[in-house]
Design a protein around this ligand. Sequence first.
Ligand code: MIG
Length: 799
Amino acid sequence: MEPFKKFFLAVRFIGLRQVLRTVAYTGTLARLETRFPTASQTPAAKIFKPEALISAAPAPRGAAFKFKHGIELQVEFLGNTAVRLTWKPGELPVPYAVVEDGWEDVPMEVDEGEDGWRVSSEGVTLLVGGNGRLRYFKGEELFREEAPPSYQAPIWRQSAALDEHAHLYGLGERSRFNLRGGRYRLWNTDPDGSYGHGEDPLYMSIPAYTCLQPGGGYLIFYENSFDGEIGFEDQAEAVFLGGALRYVVFAEGPPEALHDYTRLTGRAPLPPRWVLGFHQSRWSYETEAEVREVAEGFKRHDLPLAAIHLDIDYMRGYRVFSVDKTRFPDLKGLTTDLEAGGIKTVTILDPGVKWDPGYDVFREGRDQGVFCQLPDGKTLRGLVWPGWAVYPDFTHPAARRWWGGYYRRLVSEGVAGFWHDMNEPAAFTAGGADTVPRATVHEMDGRKGIHEEGHNLYGLLMNRAGFEALRELQPEKRPWLLTRSGWAGVQRYAWKWSGDVESSWEALRMTVGTLLSTGVSGIPYSGSDIGGFSGSPSEELFVRWFQMAAFTPFFRNHAAKGTARSEPWVFGEPALSICREFLRLRRRLLPYLYTLGWEASQTGAPLMRPVWWRQPEERVLWDIEDAFLLGDALLVAPVVERGATERRVRLPTGRWYSFWDDEVVEGGRESAADTPLERIPVFVRAGSVIPMAPDIHGEGPKLHIYPPAGEGSGSSAMYCDAGEGYGDMRVDRFEVGWEGGELVVKRESEGEYGGTDDYGVVVHGVVAGKGVVDGKGIETRGGEMRTGPFTELRIATDD
Ligand code: MIG
């Protein structure tokens, strides 16, 4: 954007006074960076490599090596296929990302061979060369090879060979999926209100990536939160501006590697079930009356709605944890009325606390010494929505407790969930860095550190503070937080939305990749602003975005100030009817989505998965960035082109059914699918059982059965519980297969939750005849039958 235009836009959004402050803060920031340089800005003159091995000795779970120049390497097997390496010098990380360090003992061997030391488990052999070169083998297969790393105090640099076919994915939130050929900064950044394809970095970086390559890939996680960079040009290169060089290599295929990665960094707990419904938001619904009107609109147009979000204008002068009483005179009354209509209220929270001695949150925080300070001991003063503001130091346990204490204020007003924005942390500047000075001091839970290390942890720990507070405040409820920023492990506390994506077709296409990146980085719940954030979408773009979002874990409509209103009815017909259909479909899919949520809590698998997730050996799938799996059963191919009446879809090998008309489509090749405005291509994997809610309330779940091909079989699950709290649960596991012309569904159940004892069964793709439930015949009407709990259901078919 031209600077001139940018200036006027800024004045319009934040006012002239705030724009002038922005100019002032930009100057202050530059001065502070010069006044308090960090070690990485003046690194040591000399670059050291391990060069020669001095000593090697077995150590718990592995071995310890000493090289020249004081360089040390520690190797520890966490599991049979998970090995952790730590190069020093450099401080070890405060283990904010890690929840499980005590893994079971692994049988191991350490011995010296011709080509170096071997440290092996049953699964992996690591070969440590005398010069510090590392080679990783699975059996005979070399799957990773690292050159000796280099240390230029305090900076570590490492490079690893890349197979010419290797594809790389992850690194948190990125504006593309396949990362090959680019370099990516590890520094959480607000891209200034709008971003599209290729923008880097974004709000959430995570130094973990998955490598797919011929012969099998791996996942690597660098437990180092310093500013840094990872690139995948000719080689995989990693740079960290401080700390020890510590990383864990998980030598398995994607689902297993992510399982182990999330064993290390934690998994997302089940959300309250309502969160899986549709959310309506806007910056901002500014008054109570406006919110009521929106809720009314959803009711009038017969559109199911789970939640309304209140953006920053509900606050009094952007003071966090306050409510503007002129615009929201009775928030409690509002949330109570909404709740009566089945709608929850979510409010935004920004970390910046207004510098205002007359404001209790500021005063109390100052008295407790929980705000970030500069190296000279002065409280850091930054600039955000409330004007001059201070930043809680979430790396301080006292700050987390202090901050968490305020959620009670909004919870008692009936607020059901919280939306954490601006937690990169962001600050207003006129170009350049838009955060706090790099030398800002952090408590780091007693270990002390600077912002260069604490920056990427800021969002993670703000979410931790909120999550822990809500657990304590409402022990009978499941906390729900939505965040913009985070780091490894943030999945334990919050869902992630992809921020200020532009309203364009390119951005819609990119968003598939962005959400997939987030998912393979360990965060199972993500979503984007429907229609894009920073712009007013056309009806067609809005509809296409809505249709895709109906299959993403987080399903929310949101847009920037100054854009056209975009509630589904604003566009008139046919958009309204199409949105209604997809809202209903979403509601029907809730049992399936909820089951996937449970799976994520057990295995770490994201709800939205790359199409290669179960078939990573199919190389033609590695480049697909415009389609995704929802669980293993559904494949969604959103329409990301204007005016498209058909699109190409490549299905993984195997049999699939069109979700809309049960047509059989054989995978393993590309085919064309029709894309009239009211549809996007969706396919179901043969052998799946999809639990779906009925269209109308009051009946039990329906099991939609998609028969496997030929001799094949398939297993699926249905998870149920009360949808909130920590009571009983039940999992039904289904096996589907053919036995002599009969379709056989076996069910095993585990857990005490009662809920349903009435199942509808719908058979797709074949003509279903009589059903036999545990030996007793049941009637079939129009391919559907109803049964109580069963162990075995045999269905005669015409096939
Ligand atoms: O500086 O709260 O990404 O969703 O509407 C902008 C106002 C601050 C950025 C978030 C966006 C939100 C907006 N916020």
